[in-house]
Design a binder for this molecule. Sequence first.
Ligand code: HAM
Length: 433
Amino acid sequence: MDPVKVIRGMRDIYPDQTKWWHRLERQLAELLKCYGYGEIRTPILEHTELFKRSIGEETDIIEKEMYSFDDRDGSSLSLRPEGTAAVIRSYIENSQWQKEPLSRYYYLGQMFRHERPQKGRYRQFSQVGVELIGAAQPAADVELIDVMVQSMQAIGLSKTSLELNSLGCAECRPVYRQKLKDTLEAQRQNLCDDCKRRMVKNPLRVLDCKVESCRAIAGKAPKIIENLCSDCSQHFTHVRKGIETLGIAYNINHRMVRGLDYYTRTTFEVLAEGLGAQNAVAAGGRYDDLVKSLGGPEIPAVGFAAGLDRILLNLISSLAEPAQADGVFVVTRGEEGWLAGLKLMQELRKIGIVVQSDVRSGSLKAQMKRADKSGSRFVALLGEDEIRQESVTIKDMRAAADSTEKQFSLAKKDVVQELLVRLNHQSTGELSH
Ligand code: HAM
């Protein structure tokens, strides 16, 4: 029988990689805590309607990328393709605005999009998302952009650029949309087939088409930030002032229109070198109309999400190997040795020491080989002699072969305390970042 394989576009991540994920997740959570953001956890499954109403029916995500299926009662459910919609659904459902004037949330988790898999693009991927709900002021946009840029720096991403744009509001965007449509109409024959379709339903998406002929047309099209109403224009000027004061460099990118329909005003993306076509590592923007359009009151918000798979692809070559496992490997012989080993391991783990053993037992030689491979600092040996003498033989795997410290005996009653002291004194310690 053929073995079952992993689903295309999805992947398994093993301990030699998850160690980097843990580090990244920890660094991001620590930084977000410093900015006053608390973690929110929402379900991975939501009603399909939530995503249709928020992301927009005419987006690629809704048209062709959702993992949707009918529940037993016939209602359509979808695996979340992003996190913002669910956070806002929950915010409305729990009337959070009545409990706190400003809500600062972050989330970390798996998202699902049925896209064409390629380097940096998966069908299941991880995001850390950050949402600030309840403020229309440019200061909120500046805070979010600052958090995003600081997060990328804290985790060690270099060679990034920040792209900025404003998509206007319900007042000025329709006017711009029409102007753009008129321009595109005149060039219709030179647009790719996708853009001929986009031009009618979602003309802004023509601006970020990658086809060369469309790029040329987009380059000459009217620019949205030159067509903003005065409120949007002022808002954008203040956002720029704020981030300039923080010393954050950016490019105005007229073509960055985002693939989700809920955005208003400021949008932003961090691009990283070395990732090919999938070079956006973090992206977001303001979405002042989403809370209302999902049935809540008129409450503005701004947020972003960073793609952790892409970030790690970019970082992996520069990551330093974490310090070797600095624990104890317990080697035993005979039934009594095994039972005494069990007790010793339990005591050591209780005080936080990393302990491994070869549960297959086997010969002393085989267990020692395994101990050597494990990278453990000490081997604690329990055989017939040790049981008789109520002692444990300790081998220091990193001491020189001729050193008196290479192998010594400890009284059973002292072994836990003695190993703790030695590990604390001599350990290379946890990575600082
Ligand atoms: P997004 O631009 O669709 O925005 O995704 C944000 C980031 O997730 C991307 O910049 C990328 O790093 C990562 N990403 C997206 N799709 C994939 C994929 N198929 N494989 C690997 N990584 C991917 C959002 O999701 C919005 N919810 C962001 C936001 C939050 N806006 C406001 N608040």
